[in-house]
Write a protein that binds this ligand. Structure first.
Ligand SMILES: Nc1nc2c(ncn2[C@@H]2O[C@H](COP(=O)(O)OP(=O)(O)O)[C@@H](O)[C@H]2O)c(=O)[nH]1
Ligand SMILES: [Mg+2]
Length: 220
């Protein structure tokens, strides 16, 4: 069962200038169990880390104002089903619903990195017929537990580079800023993908091509 929750940020307000349309973004968090999907979601919504989150699957609705524009995030904090291997455990419904994906693994859990690897493949296969690249941000979480690291930053970076994703290493436990960057980056990718769908020669399409030539954004 998926629970739907509404949460409005305190700085959301109505647009005075009617010309600016509200942006809707459906964000799906995926990854193995226990990697911090709920911690990331709750950090983004409340700025807080509360430690234990339980096994609850929810879709949160959260309004925010970014660069003068009203954004409505619908955030699906998923549960990883047990006993699924090959297809990365992503349902058709989830694939159709999401505008963008945040794939989370723990830097201390190699099996969770392998889950993300499979999930990237599954998304890329299913969405390859749609024009443009589906926005995906890969997140290596629990950076505060460096001493227990089993997945190097280089492996995360390589996976992202080879699958046209963005990559961040963060600690949802220690830092709000990294979590904010992840969501904002995904929003940028979603907006670019929409602009590309409207017309590949659009301004954002040119910016994206240029950033592909001159380099990608680094992690924190
Ligand atoms: N040390 C550390 N623990 C974390 C971090 N993020 C989440 N956790 C812990 O990892 C466990 C699983 O987190 P949760 O968000 O429920 O994972 P989910 O199953 O992927 O939703 C909880 O005990 C969290 O407190 C982090 O950045 N650092
Ligand atoms: Mg959870």
């Amino acid at each position: 069962m998926v629970v739907q929750v509404k949460s409005n940020s305190n700085n959301s307000s109505k647009t005075m200038d009617g010309s600016q349309q509200k942006v809707e973004a459906n964000v799906l968090l995926l990854g193995a169990e226990n990697v911090g999907k709920s911690a990331l979601t709750v950090r983004f919504l409340t700025r807080r880390f509360i430690g234990e989150y339980g096994n609850i699957e929810s879709i949160y609705s959260h309004s925010d104002r970014i660069d003068g524009r009203e954004i409505n995030f619908n955030i699906w904090d998923s549960l990883h089903p047990q006993n699924c291997e090959a297809d990365g455990c992503i349902s058709e419904k989830q694939l159709q619903w999401a505008d963008g994906f945040i794939l989370v693994y723990s830097i201390c859990d190699r099996a969770s990195f392998n889950v993300v690897r499979r999930q990237v493949q599954r998304i890329r296969q299913c969405k390859s017929k749609v024009s443009g690249s589906t926005p995906i941000v890969i997140v290596g979480n629990k950076r505060d537990l460096k001493h227990r690291r089993t997945v190097s930053s280089e492996e995360g970076t390589l996976l992202a580079l080879s699958s046209d994703c963005e990559f961040f290493e963060i600690s949802a436990a220690e830092n709000y800023h990294g979590v904010l960057l992840v969501f904002h980056e995904l929003l940028d990718l979603i907006r670019e993908a929409r602009a590309l769908k409207k017309g590949p020669a659009g301004f954002k399409g040119i910016v994206r091509s240029m950033s592909a030539v001159f380099g990608r954004r680094r992690t924190d």
